[in-house]
Design a binder for this molecule. Structure first.
Ligand code: PNS
Length: 167
């Protein structure tokens, strides 16, 4: 397949850390597109917990074999998402939506990105079993002793638990 024929999408996010809800969206994006670039970006509204290198490693090791060869994970510090899409040759941004609140948060970004370069955003409905799962909620639950197994990859659960302050 020539470079021009390859249909590529970007799945952007903070991924701080990756959840099984994210992984579900990555798998489904990779079924729709030939290649997926998972773009670990900075969200100015969020303070980071894990380093960018840790986040990338967590994502890479959570990818099922089925899609691993067609998905690459990269950090793009200090970049606009639309510039990342242009540089990697992506025709679309793919994002998961868990709720109407997600839609309200995502819609202005999708419209702004389309305004800037014309890049389209494709929304995938999140899997019902992960509707309540976000990186921030998982970190909060784990911080106060709750069990987050089954919501994030096991390695991520262990890393979050290790952040717990000693009693
Ligand atoms: O997982 P998040 O934190 O909801 O993802 C938000 C993210 C990182 C995709 C968004 O903040 C972003 O695109 N940041 C890159 C800078 C940018 O392009 N900002 C303008 C968005 S319209």
């Amino acid at each position: 397949m020539s470079e021009q024929q390859i249909r590529r999408a970007v799945c952007p996010g903070s991924y701080d850390p990756v959840t099984l809800g994210h992984v579900d969206v990555l798998v489904r994006a990779a079924r729709l597109y030939d290649e997926v670039v998972v773009a670990v970006l900075h969200n100015p509204a969020k303070q980071g917990t894990f380093t960018v290198e840790q986040r990338i490693g967590f994502i890479e090791r959570s990818l099922p074999d089925e899609i691993r060869g067609r998905v690459r994970v990269e950090a793009f510090a200090g970049r606009l998402l639309v510039d990342v899409c242009r540089d990697v040759g992506a025709e679309a941004i793919v994002k998961g939506l868990r709720s109407a609140a997600d839609f309200a948060y995502e819609l202005p970004m999708a419209l702004m990105n389309r305004h800037l370069t014309g890049v389209e955003t494709v929304f995938l409905p999140g899997a019902q079993e992960f509707e309540h799962v976000s990186s921030s909620l998982v970190k909060e639950v784990a911080r106060f002793g709750g069990d987050v197994s089954g919501l994030v990859p096991d390695e991520v659960r262990d890393a979050i638990v290790a952040l717990r302050p000693n009693p």
